[in-house]
Design a protein around this ligand. Sequence first.
Ligand code: M6R
Length: 613
Amino acid sequence: MCGITGYIGRQDAAPYLLGALKKLEYRGYDSSGLALLHDGELIVRKAKGRISVLEERLMSEQLPFMANIGIAHTRWATHGEPSDLNSHPHTDSEGRIAVVHNGIIENYLDLKKWLQARDVVFASDTDTEVIAHLLNYYYKAREGKFFEAVLDALARLEGSYAIAILCTDYPDRIIAARKDSPLIIGLGEGENFLASDAPAFIQYTREALFLNDGELVVLYNDHVDLFTNTGEKLLRDTTHIEWDAESAEKGGYPHFMLKEIHEQPKALNDTYKKFDEIKLNDWLKGDGSPIERIIITACGTAWHAAMVGKRAFEALARIPVDVEIASEFRYGNPVIKSGDRVIVISQSGETADTLAAMRLAKEKQLPILAITNVLGSTLAREAISNGGSVIYTLAGPEIAVASTKAFTTQLMCLYLLAIKLGVLNKTISDSDYSTYRNELAQIPEKAALLLKQQEVIQKFAALQFNKDKVFFMGRQFDYAVSLEAALKLKEISYTHSESFAAGELKHGPIALVDTRTLVVAIATQRPLFEKLVSNIKEVAARGAATLLITFANKGKTNYDEVADSVFIIPDTIDTFSPMLSIIPAQLFAYYCSIQKGNDPDKPRNLAKSVTVE
Ligand code: M6R
């Protein structure tokens, strides 16, 4: 939900800012802008549309100077439609202060009235503009003390923010602050950076300083100072970011999404290999009582991973699992018992609802295990500071808005954890454990094999992309996968797609099936295969086109008689099939999106990281 960045140093700030915005574009892409500080003046340029529009505007203008300090923003609109005026940066009426902001100022209407009563005239419909005017107000009240004015203004804000501020009277510094929105500082040699996410600056430095909520940082070109929001100085160790710069590039693929789909074998392998190094003792021990129930909470794709995880924990460790959408869990009043454990899953580790769900779990004193892809994310840091544990998926940066490799690596972690708990619970024997481990170790190779059949799906998508409705159906593990498959398709192809537990079809959804419908049946649970065959027949009889995703047939059924098209995935234990069966669905969504002329990396109305409610 919006990306912010900033640069201070000796180089030309504008090219860095534009490059960084492109790396952050996945966070929002309806408008963008930057502010440079040069010769005591703010130069602000903003444009509705993709970052390329801003870039073209700057190129055609050819700024006749080089500014060494600047801030920039890429927007996902919350308050005010996407437009030049509503784009960030926002400035005060005197053009002295410029602000970029990621988050939502919840009390902005009260603040706006308060400022209007003091004759402030607003130029935009955004919540962010109040910050610029508030800063101006306190700047004057504090007789030109920039830092103190920022502290005063922040104290008035309610809601979430990561902000960066420039002031013409202080051309040697950027002040930035965070509350409930991510902000990372990149520490270079004679230059420093700030950004919502590390890929913005890892090309220049991998030394990072992570801000906590309620902290403030002043960046100069040769050092940075960290403070609490009451002005006390803080010391913090830096973190070395392992991700290399190339992993945040497309590397020859036309889109990040396709690249990330193809990175799954490596991501799965890396995640598998690192798992044994993870220390889970605190979470396993909990309050000392054995694990009686696991509650898993997450949003979107991570919630679908949780749905697979539920089946895995129940099948392999015989532990009951409740799965709760984080935005529901956070406002519920969960019944908690001793012996409960919580798992919170989030690729970004910054999803507002998921963080709130974790904080509720903490309030209820539940032992927390976070599964996340981002080192130093709020989820990871808060889980650890609350005595919890963290499992990192080693998927590398996931840039495309539609999550792919994060999902399969989350599954790998959940399966590894499920068999570990199975051994502890004595629900699986040591020899079964070895069999499962061996099978999990082979999943990356099988995923690579499956990806070699990409063209089959590409051709299928070319024939089917124009269907009015696409329904995915399955049972048990396959139902969980079909939820994720339907989400992928609707996110990037804008086709109406839904997922059904196959047995539910006849209880209502089948009324929607007609000749303009494609039904994709995922059937990897061998004991339930014949049930799925009947369900396919039922929808085919109502005119639907059908695709079956399953394992190779061992000779009993003629697949050609079951469905119009069949996609075979490499063989594995039924329980582990979701890590493979989702891949053709990811490819199908990708190619439908391409066929429709959409940008699969940046689907309309969405953003990668949902850091607001
Ligand atoms: O970063 P998170 O895993 O917490 O994100 C959760 C959802 O916002 C995310 O999975 C979203 O549904 C994706 N766009 C799915 O492709």
